[in-house]
Design a protein around this ligand. Structure first.
Ligand code: ADP
Length: 309
């Protein structure tokens, strides 16, 4: 069963701008899915249509088989949306924000109280339930929005930039929480600017660019298409001059830090042989973490190059 199924979705805004030019997308039940794209690519428009906030010009969107236009309430009952902007009343407590949402879905009070407790515990905010939300940190406010989106136990959760602007420690705690929610059976669609986040959390991915899907595949096979692996080397001595290594690209990231591009067909033995010959001693080596970022740049670049020829 598909959690989300989009066919030939188009959106032309009133000013004639074509924000979506016929997109197809499938997200399987249970998936942790990344929807990526640069600013202005069309992600918010697509999410707006999925969550019935924006009307499509044509095409269809189904959530767990329910058409968002023809079976709006059934479709909405399967969906929880965590928007980018904090959009609750900042003078309400976390508890009342979540309870009000339960009321909106017509959940009886005694069940709503249980759900509120479960959701606030899930996002680790139970201790803060009676705090006026204005007094919560940025990361906590985002978690309130996640708890609110989960109160009606949606089968599909869309998180639009959930970790934007929160510091790395809180971001990692939120990753763990999202993974737990996913492991308990909720399908998650995530948009993010942190490609490292998508790479470590998501199993499948779609990349949207200028209103079109330019990539739709699983993360592992997408990453395996990287032709060059990048490594960061810590050196024993500062580099006086940049060496020339045959078949490898080099970039200095600091006096004693070197980034090396290793094409798939080259071996690391060859790299180290050449480094030794150039009298460069390496203390440690790690993979560059944002491989997806590299791929993302390559994909957009190659598409633009093709488009310009
Ligand atoms: P993203 O979320 O990927 O940044 P959006 O879906 O917000 O992209 O926007 C896609 C394109 O549609 C952008 O060029 C944006 O300027 C345009 N757009 C968005 N909303 C409107 C609107 N209400 N009227 C006209 N153009 C819009």
């Amino acid at each position: 069963m598909n959690a989300l199924s989009i066919q030939n979705l188009r959106k032309t805004y009133q000013n004639g701008f074509e924000a979506l030019k016929g997109i197809d997308l499938e997200v399987k039940q249970g998936d942790f899915f990344a929807l990526l794209g640069a600013n202005g690519a069309g992600k918010s428009t697509a999410i707006g249509i999925i969550s019935s906030l924006v009307n499509a010009s044509s095409g269809s969107v189904k959530i767990f088989g329910y058409d968002v236009k023809l079976q709006r309430n059934l479709a909405k009952s399967c969906l929880g949306l965590v928007p980018q902007e904090i959009n609750f009343n900042q003078f309400d407590t976390a508890k009342s924000i979540v309870l009000n949402q339960a009321g909106y879905y017509g959940i009886p009070r005694h069940i709503a109280l249980q759900r509120m407790e479960t959701c606030l515990k899930q996002v680790d905010l139970w201790d803060k339930r009676d705090t006026i939300s204005r007094r919560l940190s940025g990361g906590m406010k985002r978690r309130v929005m996640i708890a609110r989106a989960m109160v009606h136990a949606p089968k599909l959760l869309i998180l639009d930039e959930p970790t934007a602007g929160v510091d790395i420690e809180i971001r990692r705690a939120m990753w763990q929480m999202m993974q737990e929610v996913n492991a308990q059976g909720t399908t998650i669609i995530l948009t993010t600017h942190y490609l490292e986040e998508a790479e470590s959390l998501c199993r499948n991915i779609a990349i949207i660019d200028s209103g079109k899907i330019i990539e739709h595949s699983d993360m592992a096979s997408l990453l395996s298409r990287l032709h060059v692996d990048y490594f960061i080397l810590d050196l024993a001595q500062p580099l006086m001059t940049m060496p020339t290594l045959t078949g490898f690209s080099l970039k200095s990231l600091g006096e004693k830090v070197l980034e090396v591009g290793v094409p798939k067909e080259r071996s690391l033995n060859d790299l180290f042989k050449q480094l030794s010959a150039a009298n460069i001693q390496v203390i440690s080596m790690k993979n560059k973490s944002n491989r997806l970022e590299q791929l993302f740049i390559d994909l957009i670049d190659s598409k633009n190059t093709r488009g310009n020829t």
